[in-house]
Ligand binder design. Structure first.
Ligand code: GRF
Length: 210
């Protein structure tokens, strides 16, 4: 009998937590098979997503930086993740850059979602950047996290139109609906292990015929 080991996922947030909720829903409905959301960690004590996670029975943890050096702050988080044998870290609106230490501790096992079609508009205020640039399409990107700003290999993207009368908020809402769907799709792929990274390309492996 083949026993599938469940991948333990940690989700790092700083705020609202709608992507965290979408991932937890996708795990619950088995859209992301062989996975469990083991912990939600926030660097902000008042992050609304903490209450949402707690209400679903997910362990939550607040790890504030409190003037500490980035490495010191992260060491606490890394220790918690390792204690719980976390196999995948999903950043979902986590508003801090990870240090090389963190990235090395979870090489190839950290994902992020960004509200633009990378490599366009990395960093903060991606929707504002898209509007200011006058693009006709934008979207969202799920990518592996490496030591570049929003620059790791791209796992999945979704495109949305940008309308002339869009505000930052209307565009953000349109993108967010796609984020919720594409993040689950990308996490399912990574958990399945059915991919390889060739250069910068994340390629889905053809499924073996049984
Ligand atoms: C999302 O737009 C995500 O792409 C960006 O931060 C926002 C987080 O929203 N990184 P939420 O907390 O998941 O609702």
């Amino acid at each position: 009998m083949l026993i599938m080991i469940s991948t333990r996922i940690a989700i790092l947030i700083s705020g609202r937590g709608s992507n965290m909720t979408a991932l937890a829903d996708a795990v619950e409905s088995n859209r992301i098979p062989n996975a469990e959301v083991s912990i939600v960690i926030s660097d902000k004590a008042d992050a609304a997503g903490l209450k949402l996670a707690h209400a679903r029975g997910i362990e939550t943890l607040v790890c504030e930086r409190k003037g500490r050096k980035r490495e010191e702050h992260e060491a606490g988080i890394i220790a918690k993740l390792q204690e719980r044998e976390i196999g995948l870290v999903c950043l979902a609106g986590y508003m801090r850059l990870l240090s090389p230490c963190f990235i090395q501790a979870f090489t190839g096992r950290i994902l992020n979602i960004h509200p633009s079609l990378l490599p366009s508009f990395p960093g903060l205020d991606a929707q504002r950047q898209a509007l200011d640039h006058g693009v006709k399409f934008s979207g969202c990107t799920v990518h592996f996290v490496d030591d570049t700003l929003d620059g790791g290999p791209i796992i999945a993207q979704r495109v949305v139109p940008v309308f002339e009368d869009d505000t930052e908020q209307t565009l953000a809402n349109r993108i967010l609906a796609e984020e919720h769907d594409v993040y689950a799709e990308a996490v399912a792929l990574v958990v399945s292990g059915d991919y390889e990274i060739v250069g910068r390309q994340v390629k889905q492996r053809a499924k073996a015929i049984k």
